[in-house]
Design a protein around this ligand. Sequence first.
Ligand code: NDP
Ligand code: 2IT
Length: 445
Amino acid sequence: MDVDKIMQGLAHRNPGETEYLQAVHEVLESIVEVYNQNPQFKTANIIERLIEPDRVLTFKVPWFDDAGNVHVNRGFRIQFNNAIGPYKGGLRFHPSVNLSILKFLGFEQIFKNALTTLPMGGAKGGSDFQPKGKSNNEIMRFCQSYMLELERIIGPDTDVPAGDIGVGSREIGYLYGAFKKLTHRHVGVLTGKGVNWGGSLIRPEATGFGAVYFAKEMFETRNESLEGKTVTVSGFGNVAWGAVTKLTELGAKVVTLSGPDGYIYDEDGIKGDKIDYMLELRASNEDIIAPFADEFDSAVFVPNKHPWEIKCDIAMPCATQNELNEEDAKTLVKNGCMGICEGANMPCTPEAIELIQGNKLLYAPGKAANAGGVATSGLEMTQNAMKLRWPKEEVDTRLHQIMQAIHETCKQYGTLPDGYVDYVKGANIAGFLKVANAMIDQGVI
Ligand code: NDP
Ligand code: 2IT
């Protein structure tokens, strides 16, 4: 496989889609060896078929605000690949959303979902709608308008969206209500639903819990535990909340959270009522972390910076893509950080990853470490299909087992001759093999 040539062709067909190109490049680089060893992939032209989404839907989403003004946003759904199951992946509502970002997320989702061992294909969607500062009624009207279009292409056996940045339980509720009204069907067409109407226990916590379970496994390969470790976390959304909760439970000390306005540092650790306050801040729709330092004396607010300058044993980026760059990585290495575990999707830049791995730090890429969210979505689909609800302990145990299995798989495919585990390579190869072989089984279609 000539990676440079494929990338040139991809860049030509998808001009300016930097995030998408970044995600594809990372995968191709790590599977090149396996690809070359298996001529059936070339015969079936698997790479060209994998890097072209099955279909991309873009649509107009008109809605009116509380003052009666009419607005128009752009809606998207990218159904990337359904070789191993129905399309599955979240919806992101954020002003930065564009085709490049959703294609990168949809592409990553193919391999992540394959790693979960559950039958789910890859998809992503969303809108450039900004939930920040909107009233509940405005968000409801937006979600209803969005679903008017989305409804035509989703279904419990075809495509099952969920949440991502800017889409939590409130938005899933409004979206589900609109779907139900349009179709007269009460089925598992979305995940992340409320527990009283088809949702799974543990789904809200799942991404953060799963990432911490993964970090625990990873640290155990070096005979280290999470207990007593100092952890820096970015973001203060759904994933950050789950991660902080589980880290604290396992005896680690989380000292930072961040928002678009900067980060807060709390030497005493973020636990108990501080975690509850983090949820309150999130729900306020203001999207700033600064008030945390007004509320708690032990916390200080550092404006317009990322938390990676704080000395830590573990760094967990849980906000968004490309939020940890080469300079940040250098600082982490210099400060004696032992490992980076990604709660967000693609938060480390390629240069940062090279530096982190070059220094033999533990490094868990998002598509492995944050797969607990979509895995628990898969468990929600199973419960919906069986028309029953598992107790919390059962879902958590299954989530834990899935994360341990993903860790094992990464080790199996990613252990280098010197014993270092390249989790990027492991995750990409394992995900690729599963999807590529399924595509070959199903013929050129
Ligand atoms: P939330 O909306 O709950 O939180 C996102 C956090 O990231 C907020 O603090 C948000 O602040 C910040 N953020 C978002 N975009 C930017 C930006 N461009 N610049 C700076 N900060 C930003 O989302 P989630 O916690 O659900 O998602 C966080 C990450 O985890 C994303 O990468 C997502 O793809 C990934 N993920 C989520 C899963 C899930 O189940 N929810 C599953 C697996 C991965 P603000 O909104 O104020 O900008
Ligand atoms: O990035 C992700 O894996 C998610 N946002 C969760 C997707 C899902 O379908 O639960």
